[in-house]
Ligand binder design. Structure first.
Ligand code: AMP
Length: 310
């Protein structure tokens, strides 16, 4: 089985009510790769950085099972930079700055050894680049999951709608679902978005969990109530990495298995927010993941007799 992800590998500068960071390691493909590597031996990534990107970050990704063969390093250019500020409730944030830099002319070259891709995670990137990657794979993967964000909806909605037609699962947050569909009700939004292409839709609601839609069915996974949330950056990507990583490991693309994948994604995301950037993800044991999954099970498991209670 092989898992390929594309997305940004970036420098982030983050401000939350708990502190501020200078340029630290971030990017959608970074979080997805680190998260999914808990489930599969190797996560192949296709991305691009500039000459300013420290080699120690690349070595760290490799140590964690992320294959950086498809990570292009552009001489004389600068790495993608994003900076964001979170509000007091940590559920909403403002983008302060997005510097596309190397992303502006990114040509996603797929190494030959990645061609056996069975599971494809299209992390946050220009929708035209996401489409190019699908087209450059000689065989269609068993499952294509796509993430995107308001930034691309604002400037490339038409291209985004073209790419949407090609994917199986779309993973976005509630605000983005409303923007994409023009509907306030998430149920109506889900029906409209599934009409645009994806057969499955995940709507993430931050600390209020995530919804998985398919046809007329809906499944809900809560977020674990945490004592401390330091930095939600990358939670969505970490979630996506856990989701597709679990599916790649179990080789099962059914709706029933996606429900389990939703819990795995939520569990991984709950770690990511506990420290700044990728700090918590790079220091995560299988034992901790197992215990956290059990906390999720305990959180929602209840026996209830529904007959004759009213
Ligand atoms: P998330 O918090 O999961 O939505 O993802 C945050 C990550 O997305 C950060 O590490 C950023 O580097 C990256 N990011 C921010 N803006 C963009 C963008 N326009 N395209 C691709 N990646 C982005």
């Amino acid at each position: 089985m092989s898992l390929l992800t594309i997305g940004t590998v970036a420098f982030d500068a983050i401000e939350t009510p708990f502190g501020k960071t200078d340029k630290i390691l971030g990017g959608a493909a970074t979080f997805i790769g680190l998260s999914a590597s808990n489930y599969v031996n190797k996560v192949n990534i296709v991305s691009v950085v500039g000459e300013d990107f420290p080699e120690e970050y690349i070595k760290m990704l490799e140590r964690h099972g992320v294959n950086t063969k498809g990570l292009q390093i552009k001489k004389g250019e600068k790495t993608f930079f994003w900076s964001g500020k979170y509000h007091n409730d940590m559920n909403t944030r403002d983008t302060i700055d997005t510097q596309l830099n190397v992303l502006e002319n990114f040509d996603p070259i797929i190494p030959e050894e990645y061609q056996d891709c069975e599971y494809l995670m299209l992390g946050n990137l220009a929708p035209s680049v996401q489409k190019q990657v699908i087209e450059r794979l000689r065989k269609r993967p068993k499952l294509i999951v796509m993430d995107t964000m308001n930034f691309w909806m604002d400037i490339m909605m038409d291209e985004l709608k073209v790419t949407l037609k090609l994917v199986d699962v779309l993973s976005i947050n509630d605000e983005e679902a409303r923007q994409l569909s023009g509907e306030y009700s998430l149920v109506k939004a889900a029906q409209k978005i599934m009409g645009m292409g994806p057969k499955y839709l995940i709507i993430k609601k931050g600390e209020h969990g995530a919804l998985l839609f398919h046809k007329n069915q809906v499944f809900f996974a809560p977020a674990l109530p945490l004592e401390e949330v330091f930095d939600p950056t990358g939670a969505g990507d970490t979630f996506a990495g856990g989701f597709i990583g679990y599916i790649a490991q179990t080789k099962d693309v059914s709706f029933e298995n996606m429900k389990r994948a939703l819990i795995h994604g939520s569990a991984l995301a709950s770690f990511s927010v506990e420290k700044f950037g990728t700090e918590r993800l790079v220091d995560l044991s299988d034992d901790e993941i197992g215990k956290r999954l059990q906390q999720f099970v305990d959180l929602v498991q209840f026996d209830i007799v529904l007959e004759n209670t009213i």
